[in-house]
Design a protein around this ligand. Structure first.
Ligand SMILES: N[C@@H](CCC(=O)N[C@@H](CS)C(=O)NCC(=O)O)C(=O)O
Length: 225
């Protein structure tokens, strides 16, 4: 498989696709395309019919498919490795709901606290709409941890016990919370603990190291200097 991604530093959707691919345990090759360059559209267009990343390519010849959306990529990988979703049907349904909520929502957070792993934007972006979305994320994390993640037999540090697509969908939110210093002052103790766990997950660390090593800049995304 090939996974086409954008910048490690800026591309939150790419991060989700890549974390899902890493969590699947399946072999894949990463093809990176710097975003917002003159040739970006041409380059992405060779792989992705929507012109967006991430895009997963699997198979060859007649059997080759392109999957051009982060959640669709995660679902495909979960068909190959079902451990990407919680095993229990009720937990899995809630995990899908929180993943879909992320995929289709939180537009204020995305706008005012765009992912920018290398920067320190402490205190920036806290509009009333963003704070309301942070409160919703906090409530959602607490609910998942208390009802599922902390319960036997699956108990573990993640939303549904074991690391799943639900955690992966919120990992870029955690990167934003690190950049914009959203911590104890804005989050419940439980959400704070969960945030700390995500930031030290080995796959998240791997992505952060790649973002730190990257030198490509996108001025339009360096919103606060
Ligand atoms: N709903 C899509 C969103 C993908 C998306 O918006 N990707 C951005 C990068 S994070 C992109 O490809 N932009 C193209 C460009 O900047 O040229 C998904 O979940 O994968």
């Amino acid at each position: 498989m090939q996974l086409i991604i954008g910048d490690y530093n800026y591309s939150s959707w790419s991060m989700r696709g890549w974390l899902a691919a890493r969590a699947s345990g399946l072999p894949f090759e990463t093809v990176q395309i710097p975003l917002r360059e003159a040739d970006t559209a041409d380059h992405i267009g060779r792989y992705s019919p929507s012109g967006r990343v991430p895009c997963l390519i699997d198979g060859e010849g007649e059997g080759r498919i392109a999957i051009w959306d982060s959640l669709a990529i995660a679902e495909y990988l979960a068909e190959l490795n079902p451990a990407l979703w919680p095993a229990d049907a009720r937990a899995r349904a809630v995990a899908r709901a929180v993943s879909a909520e992320m995929h289709s929502g939180f537009t204020a957070l995305r706008t005012h606290m765009s992912m920018n792993i290398r920067k320190d934007y402490a205190g920036h972006g806290r509009t009333p709409e963003v704070l309301a979305e942070i409160a919703r994320i906090d409530a959602l994390w607490q609910d998942c941890r208390q009802r599922f993640g902390m319960q036997a037999p699956v108990a573990g540090p993640w939303l549904f016990g074991a690391w799943s697509i639900a955690d992966i969908m919120y990992a870029p939110v955690c990167m934003r919370f690190a950049t914009y210093a959203v911590g104890e002052d804005a989050l419940s103790p439980l959400a704070c603990r969960y945030l700390g766990e995500v930031l030290t997950h080995p796959h998240v660390q791997e992505w952060r190291v790649a973002a730190s090593a990257e030198t490509h800049l996108i001025a339009a995304y360096d919103s606060y200097g």
